[in-house]
Every structure is written in structure tokens, then in C-alpha cells.
Write a protein that binds this ligand. Structure first.
Ligand SMILES: *Cc1c(COP(=O)(O)O)cnc(C)c1O
Length: 357
């Protein structure tokens, strides 16, 4: 039978973490920032001229690309901005991965990568992480049509040292290497300085985590002006106006407030380091994390059981029923107060569980 359904582009979409809505909840499941955005953002919104909304925004987003360029000491032409880094990455997959050779990324990584590859019919290979969840850079020295590395990786939090990123870049001059640095501001090392040596590098970052603005949707890519030019061409073949005027205004205010950015990322790193010790004291195994979350597992309690017990307390963390990681929970770093509630519950739960056995 001929039906219109036979012409549909079927996709299995990415499933984001849930957004529960309880007034008493502790939300540690989607790596949002527990602190508010810079107060400069509120000031910018207060003086925003709504009459300007009559007019289309600047398709080149110059105000924001200039502010980002200044912060990262690159030229504005090297900066591409989009509706969160998900939008930037989706455009980048479409722009740079146009080969019959497979795109390479780890088996355990941001689960949007294989969704975009499927959507665009890009062949891909998921390369297993080592048993300790680190990336073996030697695995990326094989024929490919592109490479994507989240660094620090998600959901493990593990960082791949820059020297190993450089090995991958140097060995693959014919491929674009995308380094997704969504979590780099929590103690990681950015690949941006490698742009001077490698024209096949694209670095992607976001305002969602370290700038506390997941709700406004700003992400950006930095590469050579030639590299980002191709990205703008693809974007302009879809929709010239992805970034609205209010978002651009808020983005500029946020990126210009370096002091606040340092303050909140510093606080989260401190809370994370304390949390590592507290998890270990309770018997959890915790891989090294340079992100705003910890990926933890307990030898005696299943992740599924803990996830459910936490959920009943309205403490939300993330759990995947996936091979290799089903015994792990990803816990976003909250405020010190939120972490106190989490650990008070875990201590009590693990103690009562031992007693009742
Ligand atoms: C959160 C995240 C993103 C996307 O974040 P946006 O909110 O779309 O900017 C991209 N990559 C990784 C690895 C992430 O964890």
C-alpha cells in the first residue's frame, strides 16, 4: 500500500533529562547551574527597549560574537553563535560531516551525537572508552569522516589531556575535529590555543552550564574564520535569524561579567571537590571529574534502587539503562545546602539498608 508514511524521515529523538516541577525539589539531573545568572543580565533586561522587537535581529549577531571574541582573544569572524550548543552542534554535523567515511566518537558520550548522525544519515562508529572511562587517543588514528570529542566527557566528567587532543588533530588533517567543551569552565583545559596550529579544529561551548543560562539558549563555536564561514552558510540556508534581540542583549551582559563567572564556577568546583570526598566516604566509586557533575557507582546498592529512593525524596539525579553505565548515577553539583540534603539522605539510607539486611 502506498501511503505518505512511507516518505517520512523517521528518527528516534534525543531524550533530555526530565524537568520535574516541585517546590521542594533538589534538581541535580540536567547539569544546570544552581546559582542565578549574572546580575548584569537582570540590568540589561530592565533597560531593554521592547520597541526594537519590531525589527529583525542582526543575522550576524555581531554584538554577541564581538563580546565572545573579546573574552577569548579571537576575531569576531571566528565566532558562530546558535540556540544553545545543541543547535551549534547540529549545524556543525550537517556542515562538516559530509563523507562516506564514518564519523568517530566514544561509545559513552553525549547521546545527541548518534541522533544527529542518524538524522543526517552520516555513517558513524562509536569507539569504546577504556575500562576506566578514559579515551584512548590512539583509537582515533584511523580512517574517518570527522571526529567529535566531548571534553570533559559527559556523562563521565573525565578530561582528555590537551596533548592527546593534539595527537588526534595532528593525525587527522583531512577531518574536522569538533571538541565539545560544554563543561570546560569547571577546571578543564580548553583546546582554543590549538587553533593557532590546527585549522581542522572547531571548539564548541555553551552559556547553559557555567554561565547559568540554560533557559535562554546560547551556544557558540570558535574556529578559523574559514571554518565558521561554512557554518554560517549552512545556518543561513535554514534560518538567518536564530538569535533574537533579547537573547543577544542578555548574552553580551553575561559574557562581559567575568568576575561573576569566576565566582560561580569557583564555588561549583569547591563544592564538587567536597562532594567527591563525601561520596567516597560512603563507599561510592567516583571517577575524576572536571565537570559540574559526578558519575558515581556503589558496590552494594544498584543505581536503579538509589535513583528511585532519591526520587521519592524529590532529589532528582540522572540514570541511564544503558550498557556499561547502568550502575552509575550522574549527580549535578548543586549549592552546598543542596549537597548537604543529598548526603544526609544517602547516609541515612545506606545505614538503614545495612541494618535491615
Ligand atoms: C549540555 C550539553 C550540551 C548542550 O547544551 P546547550 O544547552 O544546548 O548549550 C552539549 N554538549 C554536551 C556534552 C552537554 O552536556
Amino acid at each position: 500500500m502506498n501511503t505518505w508514511q512511507s516518505n517520512v524521515r523517521y528518527v528516534t529523538p534525543y531524550v533530555p533529562g526530565e524537568q520535574p516541577d516541585f517546590t521542594d525539589m533538589i534538581k541535580l539531573n540536567t547539569n544546570e547551574c544552581p546559582y542565578p545568572p549574572s546580575p548584569k543580565v537582570a540590568e540589561a533586561v530592565a533597560v531593554f527597549n521592547e520597541d526594537s522587537l519590531r525589527l529583525y535581529p542582526d543575522p550576524n549577531c555581531r554584538s554577541l560574537t564581538e563580546a565572545i571574541a573579546k573574552r577569548y582573544r579571537v576575531a569576531p569572524e571566528q565566532v558562530f553563535v546558535g540556540v544553545g550548543s545543541d543547535d551549534v552542534l547540529a549545524m556543525a554535523f550537517m556542515t562538516y560531516f559530509n563523507s562516506y567515511k564514518p564519523v568517530l566518537f566514544p561509545d559513552i558520550t553525549y547521546s545527541f551525537y548518534d541522533v544527529w548522525a542518524e538524522l543526517y544519515r552520516i555513517p558513524y562508529i562509536r569507539i569504546p572508552l577504556m575500562d576506566d572511562f578514559t579515551i584512548n587517543e590512539q583509537d582515533y588514528l584511523r580512517e574517518n569522516g570527522g571526529i567529535v570529542i566531548a571534553n570533559p566527557n559527559a556523562p563521565t566528567g573525565e578530561e582528555l589531556p590537551l596533548s592527546k587532543i593534539e595527537v588526534i588533530l595532528a593525525a587527522n588533517p583531512d577531518s574536522v575535529v569538533i571538541v565539545d567543551e560544554a563543561y570546560v569552565d569547571f577546571g578543564g583545559t580548553s583546546a582554543l590555543p590549538l587553533l593557532e596550529k590546527y585549522d581542522n579544529l572547531l571548539v564548541v561551548q555553551t552559556f547553559s552550564k557555567s554561565r547559568a543560562m540554560a533557559g535562554i539558549r546560547i551556544g557558540y563555536a570558535i574556529g578559523s574564520a574559514e571554518m565558521t564561514g561554512y557554518l554560517y552558510n549552512v545556518r543561513n540556508s535554514f534560518n538567518s535569524y536564530t538569535m533574537n534581540r533579547l537573547t543577544l542583549t542578555c548574552g553580551v551582559a553575561a559574557v562581559e561579567d567575568e568576575e561573576y563567572f569566576q565566582e560561580i564556577t569557583g564555588k561549583i568546583i569547591k563544592t564538587r571537590e567536597k562532594a567527591v570526598e563525601r561520596f567516597k566516604a560512603l563507599g561510592f566509586t567516583v571517577p575524576d571529574s572536571k565537570a559540574n557533575f559526578l558519575f558515581v557507582t556503589h558496590p552494594d546498592v544498584s543505581a536503579d534502587e538509589l535513583f528511585t529512593a532519591l526520587r521519592e525524596e524529590h532529589i532528582f539525579v540522572r540514570h541511564w539503562n544503558k550498557e556499561r553505565i547502568s550502575e552509575y548515577l550522574r549527580v549535578t553539583i548543586g549549592t552546598d545546602e543542596q549537597m548537604d540534603v543529598l548526603f544526609a539522605f544517602l547516609e541515612k539510607y545506606l545505614k538503614e539498608r545495612t541494618v535491615s539486611k
